[in-house]
Design a protein around this ligand. Structure first.
Ligand code: NAI
Ligand code: 13P
Length: 412
């Protein structure tokens, strides 16, 4: 009988059986026929195979190095997640004292200092060391700093290591999304994927249930990354709609600034709901124009992340908006904040891109530019309004008045 106990324990664990049912099963196992014994033996072998498979998979994981570029809040949270899943993770940081604290004290001294990092997280300031033998490279450097980061380190990126980008936004100088920038700046890299969705780094460190989406043209890669990142509290969906995920991730940060302004001005929940809904319309309009799928926009990277950042108190973009709404200047907000709020620069880039889209503005004369600019602003009043507030051309109050003064029109 004792030989069956481990089998039954496995069965019990898997099916959440109570003690009473376990006893019944033990009695049953004692009285089984030879044929039945054969099946129990088979179950025993299966569980042994499962254990061996699990051990092999853990061994394989422990040989699959991941490099995380950027030791900020999100880089740290991703490193923590992947290391807890059994992967050795090396974070590429910029400061030697940050590297030393991570390697010796097992803490990131700048972000989430109360968390002890697993032993399989290390840090380096040497890009060659971090990247050379990595099997997956996670990019968690803010968008506007990404170009200089890649230009400095492109030679160390192994051609066969896929790059998973987590940065959300649009580059101001080129008006390009990360999915356009990465292939251009890393010409040797064969495959890219993009992670987005409602995922505050802080809540990932706290191991609170979180769901994200990984988009890639390479479906197998998205599935492989989903498998590597999945855990009991981290759910990963996949998508092939890279542009949809990228546009949504960039636009939602600007809508979050608008939502913060609404909060800072104390305009109440009716206006907040209206603003976020209309913000989602602008996101949808822009993303569909660029070839995105409507499914993406109603998914985690679309409305999912928009809800999180518009209503979640941890959002840095929302907090920039709240402080603007309360009357602080942008300079004072940015100079007192250590962390990136991508929506600030992305608002500028999105408006630039929309003006270009509205008919090659650069080729028109000034009168036509104004016509096109007015047309674009009427289609995207929240994006243009946030940009004007950030530039200091209008006050938050004037921004709200301009939205309320828009003529009645069909909801679309
Ligand atoms: N924090 C969050 O909850 C989430 C952040 N993201 C995205 O991840 C990206 C990174 O954000 P966070 O880590 O939160 O920002 P952060 O402000 O916490 O950290 C940024 C990190 O990038 C590093 N960095 C800046 N310039 C660099 C350069 N030229 N070379 C190398 N490293 C450089 C900084 O040293 C810092 O460690 C952003 O695009 C953000 O939108 C995405 C999902 C969630
Ligand atoms: O993108 C995020 C969560 O999904 C983080 O948003 P913030 O950058 O506004 O904090």
């Amino acid at each position: 009988m004792t030989a069956f106990v481990p089998v039954l324990q496995v069965i019990s664990r898997n099916r959440h059986l109570g003690a009473e049912q376990l006893r019944e099963n033990l009695n049953y196992a004692e009285g089984v026929s030879n044929r039945r014994r054969g099946q129990v033996q088979c179950a025993s072998e299966n569980s042994w195979l499962q254990r061996r498979r699990k051990r092999r998979s853990l061994e394989k994981r422990s040989e699959t190095k991941v490099a995380v570029c950027g030791g900020g809040s999100f880089g740290t949270a991703i490193a923590f997640l992947l290391a807890n899943n059994g992967y050795p993770v090396q974070i590429l940081v910029r400061k030697t004292w940050v590297r030393d604290e991570i390697n010796v004290e097992r803490r990131n001294p700048k972000y989430f200092t109360e968390f002890v990092l697993p032993d399989n997280v290390t840090a380096t300031i040497d890009a060659e060391e971090a990247l050379t033998d990595a099997k997956l490279i996670v990019h968690a450097v803010p968008v506007q700093q990404s170009r200089s980061f890649f230009e400095a380190n492109t030679e160390y990126f192994p051609a066969d290591a896929p790059v998973l980008c987590t940065s959300k936004g649009l580059e101001v100088t080129s008006l390009k999304f990360m999915c356009e920038l990465l292939p251009e700046l890393l010409p040797r890299t064969k495959s890219f994927a993009y992670l987005s969705g409602p995922s505050f780094a802080r809540e990932m460190m706290d191991q609170l249930p979180t769901a994200v989406v990984v988009a890639s043209d390479d479906v197998d890669l998205a599935l492989r990354i989903a498998d590597m990142m999945s855990s009991p509290f981290f759910k990963v969906f996949t998508s092939s709609d890279t542009i949809g995920v990228e546009v949504a991730g960039a636009v939602k940060n600007v809508i979050a600034i608008a939502a913060g302004i609404c909060e800072g001005l104390g305009l109440g929940t009716n206006s907040m709901a209206a603003l976020v809904t209309r913000g989602c319309s602008e996101m949808r309009r822009l993303a569909l124009n660029m070839g995105a799928s409507p499914i993406t926009l109603s998914g985690l990277s679309g409305v999912g992340d928009t809800f999180l950042t518009c209503f979640g108190p941890l959002s840095r973009n929302r907090n920039v908006g709240v402080r603007l709404g309360k009357g602080e200047t942008l300079d004072s907000i940015l100079s007192s904040s250590r962390q990136v709020a991508e929506g600030v620069t992305t608002a500028e880039a999105l408006v630039g891109m929309l003006l270009n889209q509205y008919n090659g503005v650069s080729q028109q004369d000034n009168k036509e530019i104004n016509v096109y600019a007015t047309r674009a602003a009427a289609r995207y009043p929240i994006l243009f309004g946030v940009r004007a507030i950030l530039e200091g051309r209008i006050t938050p109050q004037e921004g709200v008045e301009a939205l309320l003064a828009m003529p009645p029109r069909e909801e679309n």
